[in-house]
Design a protein around this ligand. Sequence first.
Ligand code: ATP
Length: 383
Amino acid sequence: MIEVKEKTRFLSELSCAFGPTPDAPRSGTITSIGLRECFVKTKAIVIEGQDLFVRVWMPDNRWLRLSGRVKYHMSGVGFGVVFAAPTRPPSASGLGRRGGRRVAGLHAPCHNVFKGETAEIRMRKTEAGGAAPAPGVLSVEGLRKTYGATVAVEAVTFDVRPGEIVGLLGPNGAGKTTTISMILGVLEPTAGAVFIEGIDVRRERSRALGRTNFAAVYAPLPGNLTVAQSLRVFGMIYGVARLQARIDELLAEFDLRLFRDTKCGVLSSGEQTRVALAKAMLNRPHLLLLDEPTASLDPSSARDIRARMRGFASRGEGGVLWTSHNMYEVEEVCDRVLFLSKGRILLEGDPRALPREHGRASLEELFITVAREPLSLGLGGGL
Ligand code: ATP
């Protein structure tokens, strides 16, 4: 039990995600929170009496997961949730920093809590054994991108933890590349935020991207530079220390020594992919974004690349966000998948367990159902 020492204070900018399941696909802002309830500012519509999960992004870069019931809804403004169990944030520190800006921590004394009151502290356990989740190498919060009337990405919220390979799946036009472009700061989100190891990409792009790298077939290396020259140029851009030694290491690791002095433009597409992956590892990234990395590889090279990337993740060197249309590959390589459809995350989970959980024989079958008939799985809220 704790004793509440002060009373109400309102919060202004604590991001949250909420929804009927723990993956909580919609986004909002917590404007006040107490031990028993909170108010979520959002334009999304919820139903009074509905059970909801709320994930709150803590100033120490962790998700606080709560569950509760919608007490009242104010259309266009937001709603109040009563928690299923009295709660309190895990950290007892004062104000926290996020992306260089000060934000009020949840532990700030707040709404509906009265001086002298006592309350039980009970955190929802989010991982086996009750351990707090590791801070994400990537945290995406309420991302939205519109092009005129076209909504390419809507309320996309997820994180990638160190050592984890997360698959971003979805049919053509689902919003995968748009999401990756916003993570890289190449596209300006219409709303939402991206944090790489807690650094806000919008505010400190260079610092955030210094820990990141990227490979995609649609971003080939300059064709008129040799493999060694390309790696040198990118290594200099990333400020890689002991660059020559690092290049030699990567040429060996990606089986590229033979092509050291060959121009990238004359390499086969599979060889170019290996160079692109070597380039992606130059700065020893903590976050690796791979957009269909094996799309142009033969089965043997693709297997080799998957093994290398699994090795990278399992050594705990970083986390990976991986897109692919190859469900066999996704099952083999990804720890977790997110299904995007029409810009929204409809489903999240272990690619080996998800098909069974939804009564489908394979991940491919589940993919097709999510893409074509999400309502048959009880998904598709907001579509
Ligand atoms: P694919 O698997 O085919 O690569 P994707 O999931 O990567 O698809 P995106 O490229 O992110 O999909 O596109 C998402 C949606 O946004 C599509 O409907 C696309 O037409 C639209 N879109 C993307 N870029 C633009 C743009 N510059 N202007 C207008 N609409 C765009």
